[in-house]
Design a protein around this ligand. Structure first.
Ligand code: ZN
Length: 454
Protein backbone atom coordinates (compact mmCIF):
# COMPACT_ATOMS: atom_id res chain seq x y z
CA UNK A 1 0.00 0.00 0.00
CA UNK A 2 1.40 3.47 -0.86
CA UNK A 3 2.57 5.55 2.05
CA UNK A 4 0.58 8.39 3.54
CA UNK A 5 1.45 12.02 3.02
CA UNK A 6 0.69 14.34 5.91
CA UNK A 7 0.31 18.11 5.81
CA UNK A 8 0.01 19.65 9.27
CA UNK A 9 0.17 22.81 11.36
CA UNK A 10 -1.88 24.87 8.92
CA UNK A 11 -2.99 28.09 10.63
CA UNK A 12 -6.47 27.19 9.40
CA UNK A 13 -7.71 24.23 7.34
CA UNK A 14 -10.83 25.45 5.50
CA UNK A 15 -12.59 22.22 4.50
CA UNK A 16 -15.47 23.77 2.47
CA UNK A 17 -17.58 20.78 3.54
CA UNK A 18 -21.34 20.94 4.15
CA UNK A 19 -20.82 22.26 7.67
CA UNK A 20 -18.20 24.82 6.64
CA UNK A 21 -15.66 23.26 9.00
CA UNK A 22 -12.56 25.33 9.73
CA UNK A 23 -9.84 23.71 11.84
CA UNK A 24 -7.19 25.73 13.66
CA UNK A 25 -3.74 24.10 13.62
CA UNK A 26 -5.27 21.83 10.98
CA UNK A 27 -3.94 18.77 9.18
CA UNK A 28 -4.88 16.63 6.21
CA UNK A 29 -3.50 13.25 5.16
CA UNK A 30 -3.82 11.44 1.87
CA UNK A 31 -2.83 8.16 0.29
CA UNK A 32 -2.87 7.14 -3.36
CA UNK A 33 -4.56 10.39 -4.44
CA UNK A 34 -7.40 10.24 -1.91
CA UNK A 35 -7.82 12.11 1.39
CA UNK A 36 -7.81 9.65 4.29
CA UNK A 37 -8.04 11.98 7.29
CA UNK A 38 -8.77 15.58 8.22
CA UNK A 39 -8.47 17.04 11.71
CA UNK A 40 -6.25 18.94 14.08
CA UNK A 41 -2.52 18.40 13.90
CA UNK A 42 -2.73 16.66 17.30
CA UNK A 43 -5.44 14.29 16.07
CA UNK A 44 -3.47 13.31 12.98
CA UNK A 45 -0.08 13.14 14.74
CA UNK A 46 -0.05 9.30 14.82
CA UNK A 47 -0.07 9.28 11.00
CA UNK A 48 3.34 10.96 10.99
CA UNK A 49 4.88 7.57 11.87
CA UNK A 50 3.76 5.95 8.60
CA UNK A 51 4.04 9.03 6.38
CA UNK A 52 6.76 9.13 3.74
CA UNK A 53 6.42 12.91 3.59
CA UNK A 54 5.36 15.42 6.23
CA UNK A 55 4.69 18.97 5.04
CA UNK A 56 4.72 21.87 7.47
CA UNK A 57 2.02 24.48 6.74
CA UNK A 58 2.73 26.99 9.51
CA UNK A 59 1.77 30.48 8.34
CA UNK A 60 -0.61 29.03 5.76
CA UNK A 61 -4.32 28.62 5.13
CA UNK A 62 -5.11 25.33 3.41
CA UNK A 63 -8.13 24.95 1.14
CA UNK A 64 -9.39 22.55 -1.50
CA UNK A 65 -7.76 23.32 -4.85
CA UNK A 66 -9.66 25.95 -6.80
CA UNK A 67 -11.94 24.88 -9.68
CA UNK A 68 -12.12 26.95 -12.87
CA UNK A 69 -15.32 26.42 -14.85
CA UNK A 70 -14.62 28.59 -17.92
CA UNK A 71 -11.47 29.33 -19.88
CA UNK A 72 -10.13 29.53 -23.42
CA UNK A 73 -6.54 28.60 -22.78
CA UNK A 74 -5.47 29.22 -26.36
CA UNK A 75 -6.16 32.94 -25.76
CA UNK A 76 -3.23 33.18 -23.34
CA UNK A 77 -1.10 34.43 -26.27
CA UNK A 78 -3.52 37.24 -27.14
CA UNK A 79 -3.63 39.30 -23.96
CA UNK A 80 -3.83 43.07 -24.25
CA UNK A 81 -3.99 43.11 -28.06
CA UNK A 82 -4.24 46.68 -29.38
CA UNK A 83 -7.61 47.18 -31.03
CA UNK A 84 -9.25 44.67 -28.67
CA UNK A 85 -8.41 46.45 -25.44
CA UNK A 86 -11.34 48.88 -25.42
CA UNK A 87 -13.95 46.92 -27.42
CA UNK A 88 -17.08 45.18 -26.20
CA UNK A 89 -17.83 41.54 -27.00
CA UNK A 90 -18.69 41.54 -30.70
CA UNK A 91 -16.05 44.12 -31.69
CA UNK A 92 -13.48 42.39 -29.51
CA UNK A 93 -14.18 39.06 -31.22
CA UNK A 94 -13.96 40.56 -34.70
CA UNK A 95 -10.54 42.04 -33.90
CA UNK A 96 -9.19 38.74 -32.60
CA UNK A 97 -10.71 36.12 -34.93
CA UNK A 98 -8.21 36.81 -37.77
CA UNK A 99 -5.25 36.41 -35.38
CA UNK A 100 -6.68 33.23 -33.87
CA UNK A 101 -7.18 31.87 -37.39
CA UNK A 102 -3.36 31.77 -37.76
CA UNK A 103 -2.75 29.44 -34.80
CA UNK A 104 -0.76 26.25 -35.38
CA UNK A 105 -0.84 23.14 -33.14
CA UNK A 106 2.41 24.37 -31.54
CA UNK A 107 0.77 27.71 -30.68
CA UNK A 108 -2.21 25.99 -29.05
CA UNK A 109 0.15 23.77 -27.05
CA UNK A 110 2.28 26.73 -25.92
CA UNK A 111 -0.70 28.92 -25.04
CA UNK A 112 -2.40 26.11 -23.14
CA UNK A 113 0.69 25.40 -21.06
CA UNK A 114 1.12 29.11 -20.32
CA UNK A 115 -2.48 29.43 -19.13
CA UNK A 116 -2.30 26.23 -17.11
CA UNK A 117 0.96 27.31 -15.49
CA UNK A 118 -0.73 30.55 -14.43
CA UNK A 119 -3.70 28.64 -13.01
CA UNK A 120 -1.53 26.12 -11.18
CA UNK A 121 0.66 28.79 -9.60
CA UNK A 122 -2.47 30.54 -8.35
CA UNK A 123 -3.94 27.47 -6.67
CA UNK A 124 -6.24 26.00 -9.30
CA UNK A 125 -6.35 22.19 -9.45
CA UNK A 126 -9.21 21.55 -11.91
CA UNK A 127 -9.95 23.54 -15.01
CA UNK A 128 -12.23 23.32 -17.99
CA UNK A 129 -11.04 24.62 -21.36
CA UNK A 130 -13.54 25.77 -23.96
CA UNK A 131 -11.62 25.26 -27.20
CA UNK A 132 -13.59 26.18 -30.29
CA UNK A 133 -10.88 27.22 -32.72
CA UNK A 134 -9.52 24.65 -35.16
CA UNK A 135 -7.46 26.23 -37.93
CA UNK A 136 -5.47 23.87 -40.17
CA UNK A 137 -3.97 21.00 -38.24
CA UNK A 138 -5.17 22.04 -34.76
CA UNK A 139 -7.04 19.37 -32.77
CA UNK A 140 -8.29 19.10 -29.22
CA UNK A 141 -5.44 16.64 -28.71
CA UNK A 142 -2.98 19.59 -28.68
CA UNK A 143 -4.46 21.13 -25.54
CA UNK A 144 -4.98 17.73 -23.88
CA UNK A 145 -1.32 16.81 -24.34
CA UNK A 146 -0.32 20.20 -22.95
CA UNK A 147 -2.50 19.70 -19.87
CA UNK A 148 -1.13 16.24 -19.13
CA UNK A 149 2.36 17.68 -18.74
CA UNK A 150 1.36 20.44 -16.30
CA UNK A 151 -0.61 18.05 -14.10
CA UNK A 152 -3.97 19.80 -13.54
CA UNK A 153 -7.27 17.93 -13.66
CA UNK A 154 -8.57 18.85 -17.10
CA UNK A 155 -12.06 19.12 -18.58
CA UNK A 156 -11.42 19.62 -22.29
CA UNK A 157 -14.46 20.78 -24.19
CA UNK A 158 -14.80 20.25 -27.94
CA UNK A 159 -16.02 23.65 -29.04
CA UNK A 160 -17.07 24.66 -32.52
CA UNK A 161 -18.05 27.51 -34.80
CA UNK A 162 -20.00 26.73 -37.97
CA UNK A 163 -21.91 29.85 -39.01
CA UNK A 164 -19.57 32.37 -40.61
CA UNK A 165 -20.19 35.93 -41.72
CA UNK A 166 -21.57 34.86 -45.09
CA UNK A 167 -24.33 32.94 -43.25
CA UNK A 168 -25.18 35.79 -40.89
CA UNK A 169 -22.90 34.65 -38.04
CA UNK A 170 -20.19 36.68 -36.34
CA UNK A 171 -16.92 34.81 -37.10
CA UNK A 172 -15.17 35.11 -40.48
CA UNK A 173 -15.75 32.12 -42.77
CA UNK A 174 -12.05 31.18 -42.43
CA UNK A 175 -12.49 29.95 -38.84
CA UNK A 176 -15.74 27.98 -39.13
CA UNK A 177 -15.98 24.22 -39.65
CA UNK A 178 -18.37 21.92 -41.43
CA UNK A 179 -21.03 20.64 -38.99
CA UNK A 180 -20.73 16.97 -39.95
CA UNK A 181 -16.98 17.18 -39.39
CA UNK A 182 -17.53 18.86 -36.00
CA UNK A 183 -19.81 16.08 -34.80
CA UNK A 184 -17.50 13.34 -36.13
CA UNK A 185 -14.48 14.86 -34.39
CA UNK A 186 -16.46 15.36 -31.18
CA UNK A 187 -17.26 11.64 -31.16
CA UNK A 188 -13.59 10.86 -31.82
CA UNK A 189 -12.28 12.90 -28.89
CA UNK A 190 -14.93 11.60 -26.48
CA UNK A 191 -14.16 8.00 -27.41
CA UNK A 192 -10.43 8.56 -27.23
CA UNK A 193 -10.07 10.71 -24.11
CA UNK A 194 -13.17 10.91 -21.88
CA UNK A 195 -12.79 9.20 -18.51
CA UNK A 196 -16.06 8.95 -16.57
CA UNK A 197 -14.45 7.29 -13.53
CA UNK A 198 -14.27 8.88 -10.09
CA UNK A 199 -10.95 10.69 -9.77
CA UNK A 200 -10.65 11.15 -13.55
CA UNK A 201 -7.84 13.48 -14.57
CA UNK A 202 -9.37 14.06 -18.01
CA UNK A 203 -12.93 14.51 -19.16
CA UNK A 204 -14.41 15.76 -22.41
CA UNK A 205 -17.56 17.85 -22.89
CA UNK A 206 -19.48 19.03 -25.96
CA UNK A 207 -19.34 22.80 -26.42
CA UNK A 208 -20.51 24.72 -29.51
CA UNK A 209 -19.05 28.20 -29.05
CA UNK A 210 -22.27 30.21 -28.72
CA UNK A 211 -25.72 30.53 -30.28
CA UNK A 212 -24.38 33.32 -32.50
CA UNK A 213 -21.65 31.20 -34.09
CA UNK A 214 -23.33 27.81 -34.72
CA UNK A 215 -26.64 26.72 -36.23
CA UNK A 216 -29.77 25.66 -34.40
CA UNK A 217 -29.25 22.18 -35.84
CA UNK A 218 -25.75 21.92 -34.38
CA UNK A 219 -26.96 23.04 -30.94
CA UNK A 220 -29.67 20.39 -31.01
CA UNK A 221 -27.44 17.62 -32.43
CA UNK A 222 -24.72 18.44 -29.90
CA UNK A 223 -27.14 17.97 -27.02
CA UNK A 224 -28.31 14.63 -28.40
CA UNK A 225 -24.73 13.49 -28.87
CA UNK A 226 -23.66 14.57 -25.38
CA UNK A 227 -26.53 12.72 -23.75
CA UNK A 228 -25.93 9.63 -25.87
CA UNK A 229 -22.29 9.61 -24.73
CA UNK A 230 -23.03 10.61 -21.13
CA UNK A 231 -20.82 13.71 -21.22
CA UNK A 232 -21.55 17.30 -20.18
CA UNK A 233 -22.46 20.29 -22.35
CA UNK A 234 -21.12 23.84 -22.25
CA UNK A 235 -21.53 27.09 -24.17
CA UNK A 236 -21.73 30.89 -23.79
CA UNK A 237 -25.15 32.35 -23.05
CA UNK A 238 -26.63 35.83 -22.63
CA UNK A 239 -23.22 37.41 -22.22
CA UNK A 240 -24.24 40.98 -22.98
CA UNK A 241 -27.03 43.12 -24.46
CA UNK A 242 -25.84 42.53 -28.06
CA UNK A 243 -26.00 38.79 -27.43
CA UNK A 244 -29.64 39.04 -26.24
CA UNK A 245 -30.55 41.34 -29.17
CA UNK A 246 -29.05 38.82 -31.62
CA UNK A 247 -31.14 36.04 -30.07
CA UNK A 248 -34.35 38.06 -30.26
CA UNK A 249 -33.72 39.05 -33.86
CA UNK A 250 -32.47 35.73 -35.22
CA UNK A 251 -34.38 33.19 -33.11
CA UNK A 252 -37.34 35.26 -31.95
CA UNK A 253 -36.78 34.47 -28.30
CA UNK A 254 -34.53 35.19 -25.34
CA UNK A 255 -31.33 33.12 -24.86
CA UNK A 256 -32.78 31.07 -22.00
CA UNK A 257 -35.84 30.13 -24.05
CA UNK A 258 -33.60 29.19 -26.97
CA UNK A 259 -31.48 26.98 -24.70
CA UNK A 260 -34.57 25.27 -23.31
CA UNK A 261 -36.04 24.59 -26.77
CA UNK A 262 -32.83 22.86 -27.87
CA UNK A 263 -32.30 20.71 -24.77
CA UNK A 264 -29.59 22.92 -23.37
CA UNK A 265 -30.79 22.88 -19.75
CA UNK A 266 -30.23 20.30 -17.02
CA UNK A 267 -27.64 19.27 -14.44
CA UNK A 268 -25.36 18.09 -17.28
CA UNK A 269 -25.23 21.63 -18.76
CA UNK A 270 -23.26 24.66 -17.69
CA UNK A 271 -23.38 28.06 -19.39
CA UNK A 272 -20.76 30.79 -19.24
CA UNK A 273 -21.65 34.37 -18.22
CA UNK A 274 -25.47 34.65 -18.22
CA UNK A 275 -25.02 38.32 -17.36
CA UNK A 276 -28.33 39.26 -18.96
CA UNK A 277 -30.66 36.51 -17.68
CA UNK A 278 -34.08 37.73 -16.57
CA UNK A 279 -36.15 36.38 -13.66
CA UNK A 280 -37.88 33.72 -15.78
CA UNK A 281 -34.54 32.46 -17.08
CA UNK A 282 -33.09 32.34 -13.57
CA UNK A 283 -36.10 30.27 -12.49
CA UNK A 284 -35.52 27.98 -15.49
CA UNK A 285 -31.89 27.41 -14.47
CA UNK A 286 -32.96 26.70 -10.89
CA UNK A 287 -35.77 24.33 -11.86
CA UNK A 288 -33.54 22.32 -14.19
CA UNK A 289 -30.30 22.38 -12.17
CA UNK A 290 -28.48 24.12 -15.05
CA UNK A 291 -25.08 25.45 -13.98
CA UNK A 292 -23.46 28.87 -14.34
CA UNK A 293 -19.79 29.70 -14.91
CA UNK A 294 -19.62 33.22 -13.49
CA UNK A 295 -16.72 35.25 -14.90
CA UNK A 296 -16.85 38.67 -13.22
CA UNK A 297 -13.48 40.08 -14.35
CA UNK A 298 -14.20 39.27 -17.99
CA UNK A 299 -17.69 40.77 -17.66
CA UNK A 300 -16.12 43.97 -16.29
CA UNK A 301 -13.35 44.00 -18.88
CA UNK A 302 -15.80 43.79 -21.79
CA UNK A 303 -18.34 46.08 -20.13
CA UNK A 304 -20.94 43.29 -20.36
CA UNK A 305 -22.67 44.12 -17.09
CA UNK A 306 -23.06 42.62 -13.61
CA UNK A 307 -24.50 39.10 -13.58
CA UNK A 308 -27.52 38.53 -11.27
CA UNK A 309 -25.38 36.32 -9.06
CA UNK A 310 -27.14 37.04 -5.76
CA UNK A 311 -30.50 36.18 -7.30
CA UNK A 312 -29.12 33.02 -8.88
CA UNK A 313 -27.61 31.82 -5.61
CA UNK A 314 -30.79 32.65 -3.72
CA UNK A 315 -32.70 30.57 -6.30
CA UNK A 316 -30.20 27.69 -5.74
CA UNK A 317 -28.74 27.76 -9.24
CA UNK A 318 -25.43 25.80 -9.22
CA UNK A 319 -22.66 28.40 -9.62
CA UNK A 320 -18.92 28.15 -10.14
CA UNK A 321 -16.33 30.76 -11.06
CA UNK A 322 -14.39 31.12 -14.28
CA UNK A 323 -11.47 33.30 -15.26
CA UNK A 324 -12.61 33.21 -18.93
CA UNK A 325 -10.05 33.37 -21.71
CA UNK A 326 -6.95 35.46 -21.22
CA UNK A 327 -7.90 37.76 -24.11
CA UNK A 328 -10.78 39.17 -22.04
CA UNK A 329 -9.52 39.28 -18.46
CA UNK A 330 -6.48 39.35 -19.20
CA UNK A 331 -5.43 37.39 -16.17
CA UNK A 332 -6.16 33.90 -14.89
CA UNK A 333 -6.30 34.05 -11.10
CA UNK A 334 -9.33 32.47 -9.42
CA UNK A 335 -8.97 34.16 -6.04
CA UNK A 336 -9.12 37.44 -7.94
CA UNK A 337 -12.39 36.25 -9.51
CA UNK A 338 -13.76 35.36 -6.08
CA UNK A 339 -12.89 38.82 -4.84
CA UNK A 340 -14.40 40.49 -7.91
CA UNK A 341 -17.59 38.42 -7.65
CA UNK A 342 -18.00 39.53 -4.03
CA UNK A 343 -17.23 43.19 -4.75
CA UNK A 344 -19.65 43.48 -7.68
CA UNK A 345 -22.54 42.00 -5.71
CA UNK A 346 -21.78 44.42 -2.88
CA UNK A 347 -21.96 47.33 -5.33
CA UNK A 348 -25.45 46.21 -6.31
CA UNK A 349 -26.88 44.87 -3.05
CA UNK A 350 -24.81 46.25 -0.16
CA UNK A 351 -21.87 45.10 1.92
CA UNK A 352 -23.82 42.56 3.95
CA UNK A 353 -25.20 40.63 0.97
CA UNK A 354 -22.11 38.77 -0.18
CA UNK A 355 -19.46 37.48 2.20
CA UNK A 356 -15.93 36.25 1.42
CA UNK A 357 -16.68 32.66 2.47
CA UNK A 358 -19.48 32.44 -0.08
CA UNK A 359 -17.03 33.61 -2.73
CA UNK A 360 -14.45 31.03 -1.62
CA UNK A 361 -17.10 28.30 -1.72
CA UNK A 362 -17.98 29.22 -5.32
CA UNK A 363 -14.30 29.00 -6.26
CA UNK A 364 -14.03 25.45 -4.90
CA UNK A 365 -17.15 23.43 -4.10
CA UNK A 366 -19.38 25.44 -6.44
CA UNK A 367 -17.13 24.86 -9.43
CA UNK A 368 -16.88 21.17 -8.62
CA UNK A 369 -20.68 20.90 -8.62
CA UNK A 370 -20.99 22.78 -11.91
CA UNK A 371 -18.46 20.46 -13.58
CA UNK A 372 -20.17 17.34 -12.21
CA UNK A 373 -17.29 16.53 -9.84
CA UNK A 374 -18.57 15.54 -6.39
CA UNK A 375 -15.16 13.89 -5.88
CA UNK A 376 -13.32 17.25 -5.61
CA UNK A 377 -13.87 20.71 -4.14
CA UNK A 378 -13.77 19.87 -0.41
CA UNK A 379 -11.25 18.57 2.13
CA UNK A 380 -12.98 15.46 3.47
CA UNK A 381 -12.01 11.80 3.76
CA UNK A 382 -12.88 10.07 0.49
CA UNK A 383 -12.46 13.16 -1.70
CA UNK A 384 -9.55 13.36 -4.11
CA UNK A 385 -6.44 15.01 -2.67
CA UNK A 386 -6.64 18.33 -4.57
CA UNK A 387 -5.18 20.82 -2.12
CA UNK A 388 -3.96 24.44 -2.19
CA UNK A 389 -1.62 25.79 0.47
CA UNK A 390 -1.65 29.57 0.78
CA UNK A 391 1.12 31.46 2.57
CA UNK A 392 -0.79 34.17 4.44
CA UNK A 393 2.25 35.33 6.41
CA UNK A 394 3.76 37.15 3.42
CA UNK A 395 3.34 40.80 2.40
CA UNK A 396 -0.02 40.69 0.51
CA UNK A 397 -1.90 38.88 3.32
CA UNK A 398 -0.02 39.50 6.55
CA UNK A 399 -2.12 41.49 9.01
CA UNK A 400 -5.40 39.67 8.29
CA UNK A 401 -7.29 38.80 11.48
CA UNK A 402 -9.80 36.40 9.91
CA UNK A 403 -7.43 34.44 7.70
CA UNK A 404 -10.10 32.61 5.69
CA UNK A 405 -11.91 35.85 4.84
CA UNK A 406 -8.47 37.29 4.14
CA UNK A 407 -7.93 34.81 1.31
CA UNK A 408 -10.58 36.72 -0.61
CA UNK A 409 -10.14 40.21 0.88
CA UNK A 410 -6.31 40.28 0.88
CA UNK A 411 -5.44 37.36 -1.37
CA UNK A 412 -1.94 35.94 -1.76
CA UNK A 413 -0.58 36.50 -5.28
CA UNK A 414 0.22 32.80 -5.63
CA UNK A 415 -0.15 29.49 -3.84
CA UNK A 416 2.86 28.07 -1.98
CA UNK A 417 2.03 24.42 -2.72
CA UNK A 418 -0.58 22.78 -4.92
CA UNK A 419 -1.41 19.08 -5.03
CA UNK A 420 -3.61 17.36 -7.61
CA UNK A 421 -4.63 13.75 -7.04
CA UNK A 422 -2.08 13.87 -4.22
CA UNK A 423 0.81 14.76 -6.54
CA UNK A 424 2.69 18.04 -6.26
CA UNK A 425 2.09 20.44 -9.14
CA UNK A 426 3.54 23.46 -7.32
CA UNK A 427 6.00 23.44 -4.40
CA UNK A 428 7.46 26.53 -2.80
CA UNK A 429 5.77 28.71 -5.42
CA UNK A 430 7.41 26.89 -8.35
CA UNK A 431 6.02 24.53 -10.95
CA UNK A 432 7.04 20.91 -10.37
CA UNK A 433 5.98 18.92 -13.44
CA UNK A 434 7.01 21.38 -16.17
CA UNK A 435 9.81 23.95 -16.22
CA UNK A 436 8.69 27.55 -16.06
CA UNK A 437 11.45 28.71 -18.43
CA UNK A 438 10.51 26.08 -21.03
CA UNK A 439 6.85 27.16 -20.90
CA UNK A 440 7.87 30.81 -21.32
CA UNK A 441 10.29 30.10 -24.18
CA UNK A 442 7.64 28.21 -26.14
CA UNK A 443 5.12 30.99 -25.51
CA UNK A 444 7.62 33.64 -26.68
CA UNK A 445 8.31 31.73 -29.90
CA UNK A 446 4.62 31.51 -30.74
CA UNK A 447 3.94 35.09 -29.70
CA UNK A 448 6.67 36.43 -31.99
CA UNK A 449 5.10 34.61 -34.95
CA UNK A 450 1.50 35.57 -34.10
CA UNK A 451 2.42 39.24 -33.73
CA UNK A 452 3.39 39.32 -37.40
CA UNK A 453 -0.33 38.86 -38.18
CA UNK A 454 -1.42 41.90 -36.17
ZN1 ZN B 1 -15.67 32.56 -22.82
Amino acid sequence: MPAVKLLHHADVLACIDDAGTEIADGAVAWRDGVIVAVGSSAQLAPLAQEADEVIDARGCVVTPGLVNTHHHLYQSLTRAVPGAIDASLFGWLKRLYPIWARYTPEDVFAATQLGLAELALSGCTTTSDHHYLFPAGVTLDDSIHAAREVGLRFHATRGAMSVGESQGGLPPDSVVEDEAAILADTIRVIDRFHDAAEGAMLRVAVAPCSPFSVSTDLMRESALLARDKGVMMHTHLAEDADDVAFSLERFGCRPGEYAEQLGWVGPDVWHAHCVQLDAAEIALFARTGTGLAHCPCSNCRLGSGIAPLRAMLDAKVPVGLGVDGSASNDSGHLLAEARQAMLLQRVVHGADRFDPRTALRLATRGGAQVLGRPDVGALEPGKRADIAVWNVADVPSSGAWDKVAGLVLSPPRQARDVFVEGRAVVRGGELVQVRRDAVLRAADRSLARLMTFA
